[in-house]
Design a protein around this ligand. Structure first.
Ligand SMILES: Nc1ncnc2c1ncn2[C@@H]1O[C@H](COP(=O)(O)OP(=O)(O)O)[C@@H](O)[C@H]1O
Ligand SMILES: [Mg+2]
Length: 367
């Protein structure tokens, strides 16, 4: 069993930088956990603490059932794959993959067996005699993966392993890593700032900011039920739209008034929003939940807003509309049947069952 758990894990660098701030997180055996957050939020430090490459300031790290706080890196039975492949330039693919095993004095026959097995899994058997300079970027990253696989570690740690690859290769390698996880059935912790990698790879995603973890959930929960505005904004592309506005009640109905446009809140949200009546809140709506009125049959008149089209971006299968309410810019993802004119006005419909409301001060999700 190779679950990993950390409790109250904290790392403060000498200069009083809190890189990891009291993080408690459990990663299940065989789970693919993605740690997602912007650059500088403490992702690499978190991985390096688990690997034993960095000394923790406070807290506990367990690998399996073993407390490893004082276990040196080489005895933690972990393999790490970095962004830079760091292959030895004078060694062949085979020797690069065998290097760690030789250091650990594995018998020759076993080294050969393990390297061949890993090469088979990664589809690089034909590259075993090549030097790194004779390999493409993607092939080099495969060798770096191979070097981790041959160790048969309890846990794999990945630190943004795909960010040096070009866009197309990144997508391809993403699938490879997914397959690798299915094949090896190993516990993996994968760090990235790329929300799409997180959504596509993670059994669960932990969203991190400023050394803290805000939410740990499966990808669809993170997407549909973000706990705060930061999580809502970090997942999804184009990102969720936000508008400041006031909540008010008229007759028995609740409305959100942005200043220029107004929409009606669905009944299901009344209870959670009641305390905010008469106050400013933030409404969040994803680009796919704003529709061109022409394509909505029976649009509720109270959810229609007139906005100005500022820019359109055609992506082939869909078109992004940059819309201006007069106070806020919104992005809508529309079908290419929509052929809107820039600088003209358009009626859009808000799917009010999909909106989120956030507290203006704490930025926590209200509903
Ligand atoms: N060795 C170090 N000494 C001092 N500060 C560091 C060191 N390593 C990282 N930091 C700081 O800790 C914070 C988190 O860094 P890091 O874990 O590399 O973030 P990420 O991998 O998410 O980009 C940053 O503010 C960074 O400058
Ligand atoms: Mg990093």
């Amino acid at each position: 069993m190779a679950q990993v758990s950390v409790r109250n894990l904290t790392k403060i660098f000498h200069s009083n930088i809190i890189a990891v701030d009291n993080v408690t997180l459990g990663i299940n055996n065989k789970e693919f956990m993605v740690l997602l957050g912007p650059s500088g939020c403490g992702k690499s430090t978190f991985l390096r603490l688990i690997a034993g490459l960095e000394k923790l300031t406070k807290g506990k790290i367990f690998i399996g059932d073993r407390l490893v706080n004082d276990v040196p890196a080489k005895d933690r039975d972990i393999a790490m794959v970095f962004q830079t492949y760091a292959l030895y330039p004078h060694l062949t693919t085979f020797e690069n993959m065998a290097f760690g095993l030789r250091l650990r004095r594995y018998p020759k026959s076993e080294i050969k067996e393990r390297v061949n097995e890993a090469a088979e899994i990664l589809g690089i058997k034909n590259l075993l005699n090549r030097l790194p300079k004779e390999l493409s970027g993607g092939e080099r990253q495969r060798v770096a993966l191979g070097r981790a696989i041959v160790r048969k570690p309890l846990v794999f740690l990945f630190d943004e392993p795909l960010s040096n690859l070009d866009a197309k290769l990144r997508v391809q390698m993403r699938t490879e890593i997914h397959k690798l996880h299915l094949k090896l059935q190993a516990t993996m912790i994968y760090v990235t700032h790329d929300q799409l990698e997180a959504l596509t790879l993670g059994d669960r995603i932990a969203v991190m900011k400023d050394g803290e973890i805000f939410q740990v959930d499966d990808p669809m929960k993170i997407y549909n039920l973000p706990v705060n505005k930061f999580v809502a904004s970090f997942i999804g592309a184009p990102p969720m739209n936000f508008m400041k506005g006031k909540l008010f009640q008229k007759d028995s109905k609740f409305y959100f008034n942005e200043g220029k446009i107004q929409v009606r809140v669905i009944d299901d949200m009344y209870e959670r929003l009641r305390a905010y009546l008469g106050k400013e809140v933030i409404l969040g709506i994803r680009p796919e939940d704003i529709y061109d009125r022409l394509f909505v049959s029976e649009a509720p008149p109270e959810n229609i807003a007139r906005v100005r089209i500022e820019v359109t971006e055609l992506l082939g299968s869909e078109v992004y509309l940059y819309l201006n309410t007069g106070l806020h810019t919104l992005i809508a993802r529309a079908s290419t049947h929509t052929r809107p004119q820039v600088n003209s006005d358009i009626d859009v419909v808000f799917d009010m069952s999909k909106v989120h409301f956030f507290d203006k001060d704490t930025e926590l999700t209200i509903v």
